[in-house]
Design a protein around this ligand. Structure first.
Ligand code: ZN
Length: 72
């Protein structure tokens, strides 16, 4: 099974996080055995995709909504 992997992001503390992530690799080294189960990966990917779509949808809604109190 493919082990969980690091995703690098300058906006999170430490600059990286494990996906899907398990304590074995988070606490141990990158050479520690991955204890993630098979069904966690795709499930998390699906959830992330849905959340990204929702974020885009909300960002568009915010961009097209005029701020409150700014009517003539
Ligand atoms: Zn893992």
């Amino acid at each position: 099974m493919k082990p969980c992997h690091w995703v690098f992001d300058s906006e999170v503390p430490g600059g990286k996080f494990l996906v899907p992530g398990c304590w074995s690799r988070a606490v141990g080294s990158d050479f520690s055995p991955c204890h993630c189960t098979r069904e966690k990966g795709p499930s998390l990917k699906d959830r992330i995709s849905k959340l990204e779509a929702k974020v885009q949808e909300l960002s568009k809604a915010i961009a097209t909504t005029p701020p409150k109190g700014e009517t003539e």
